[in-house]
Design a protein around this ligand. Structure first.
Ligand SMILES: [Zn+2]
Length: 81
């Protein structure tokens, strides 16, 4: 009766029980807020003073002070502030 009880040297393999919790944080990262300021209107109001009254492009009222409204000039009442 040869008991084969040769419990050899169990190679104790190193179990990776080093739980790295530092790499576990994910999912709830705050999104980086980017403020874009490329849509800034110039604060300076553009208008032109005419020597002679000119009709407003909107209401045809003649005025010497025409405010720029896009590509046309309107009077102060029609100027969309
Ligand atoms: Zn007008």
């Amino acid at each position: 009766m040869a008991e084969d009880a040769s419990l050899g040297d169990f190679a104790s393999e190193p179990s990776e029980d080093e739980s790295d919790d530092e790499t576990a944080e994910r999912g709830d990262e705050p999104a980086s807020v980017t403020v874009s300021t490329d849509d800034v209107e110039p604060a300076t109001a553009t208008y032109r003073v005419a020597a002679t009254p000119e009709p407003c492009a909107e209401c045809a009222t003649e005025t010497t002070r025409l405010w720029r409204d896009g590509e046309r000039f309107v009077c102060g009442d029609c100027k969309d502030w």
